[in-house]
Design a protein around this ligand. Structure first.
Ligand code: PLP
Length: 428
């Protein structure tokens, strides 16, 4: 009996629930990771174009975050403090205020929620309902907001909704930009519905949306559409909630996905890359006048993760103290667009989706997109699909990926796409 437990997959199949998911696409046991490279237990290495679904925007094991965290632990720094005051929390709040809120003229309060994105979403809709006294929340087709009941009620995907086991109600789903075809003006349609006293849509407590739909197929809303939704929310007395859990923290090009738009969200949810290090950490930003919570009214054992405060503060200071990182993201995003266009050119009807460093190619069907991702993995690139039918090959590389490695990974992806297209032609 000398099987190496760390590389043997039998234990996962024997003991881990069927609910496991990403491991089904990537048949390896991972051992170490640095920057944009993962290593498996057999010594193979892979370029990471998944980044923990955008939880690792700064790559794996950033040396400065790691050093700060190790020093904190070595010094018997607090690991868990409920939401009591700690030095790392003070330093994180100060850095967030100085580097994120103040430069944007934002006076939002920071609400520490439970550590996952779904927790931040639950807090936001609960607060919107509490302050407005209304129940209905408007969410959009193809939106994804998490898997707990409240967040799931906002999520569009029927497969995910089916898992709920109870009716998911008190939400009205309206069409996202472009979801009814290019010639349907969904904003005008939504406006008409809200204006129509007999449309059956109850006065909304909130609108919640992703500016780039991370799981729902990488549709990026235009500036005018987003500003129009913000205007409608205001007009109808509803709170505007931007779910920036996936598109934020640099992914769509700047710290917030709405930074170049003229909107002032009432609430913003952040999670995924907020800690900078892949540690669970989420928060909901709320405009000060909405901060009507009674103490402990939205409680939770794991609100504010002290280790994450340490790494998140370093991430803010290292990457967001000036514009250099934003410029670097824009350069890589331009390379990404060019390379993805070459892939799209190989596939009739394929088109580019997304913006910034969350772009992909809609190849028309989930079978082909899945085959391309599987072929890329064989060639050493970890990448996943997005969309209602998993029809989009979605690149979510760490934003810090060195340009050479980024281009090599994109070359590999193009080779994988070419191989799949050739196989398909041969089969026809
Ligand atoms: C991932 C995600 C969530 C849910 O976050 P969890 O940490 O998985 O609960 C919510 N909204 C968006 C946009 C996401 O991408």
């Amino acid at each position: 009996m000398t099987t190496d437990i760390s590389s043997d997959k039998a234990i996962f199949e024997r003991r881990e629930s069927q609910v496991r998911s990403y491991c089904r696409s990537f048949d390896a046991v991972f051992a170490r990771a640095k920057g944009s490279t993962l290593h498996d237990a057999k010594g193979n290495s892979y370029t990471d174009f998944l980044s923990g679904c955008s939880s690792l925007n700064y790559g794996h094991n950033d040396p400065d975050m790691k050093a700060a965290l190790m020093a904190h632990i070595a010094d018997d720094g607090i690991a868990h403090a409920l939401d009591m005051y700690t030095g790392p929390k003070a330093e994180f709040l100060e850095a967030f205020e100085r580097l994120v809120l103040a430069p944007r003229g934002m006076d939002h309060k920071i609400m520490m929620t439970g550590p996952t994105g779904a927790n931040a979403v639950e807090a936001a809709i609960k607060l919107a309902r509490k302050v407005t006294g209304r129940t209905n929340v408007i969410a959009f087709t193809n939106g994804f907001h998490g898997m707990t009941l409240g967040a799931l009620s906002l999520t569009g995907n029927s497969g995910k909704r089916r898992g709920a086991g109870v009716p998911l109600n008190s939400v009205t789903h309206l069409p996202f930009e472009g979801s009814l075809g290019d010639d349907v003006d969904t904003l005008a349609m939504i406006e008409a519905m809200l204006e129509n006293d007999s449309s059956g849509i109850d006065a909304p407590a909130a609108f919640i949306l992703e500016l780039v739909q991370g799981e729902g197929g990488l549709t990026a809303a235009s500036r005018s559409w987003v500003e129009g939704v913000a205007r409608l929310a205001k007009k109808h007395g509803a709170k505007l909630i931007v779910d920036d859990i996936q598109a934020g923290i640099g992914r769509a090009g700047d710290f917030f996905s709405f930074d170049d738009m003229d909107i002032e969200p009432d609430m913003i949810t952040l999670a995924k890359s907020l800690s900078g290090f892949g540690l669970p950490f989420a928060l909901t930003l709320i405009r000060p006048e909405l901060d009507v919570w009674k103490p402990a009214e939205h409680n939770g054992t794991f609100r504010g993760n002290t280790h994450a405060f340490v790494t998140a503060r370093i991430a803010l200071e290292k990457f967001w103290a000036d514009d250099a990182f934003k410029v670097e993201i824009a350069e890589k995003a331009a390379v990404l667009t060019g390379r993805l266009q070459r892939i799209a050119d190989m596939i009739p009807g394929a088109r580019l989706k997304g913006r910034g460093m969350m772009q992909g190619v809609d190849v028309g069907n989930g079978g082909l997109a899945g085959a391309i991702c599987a072929e890329a993995f064989v060639r050493g690139v970890i990448i996943e699909t997005s969309g209602a039918d998993d029809e989009v090959v979605k690149v979510l590389a760490p934003l810090t990926t060195p340009m050479d490695q980024f281009k090599e990974g994109l070359d590999t992806l193009a080779e994988a796409a070419r191989a799949c297209v050739e196989t398909r032609i041969a089969a026809e």
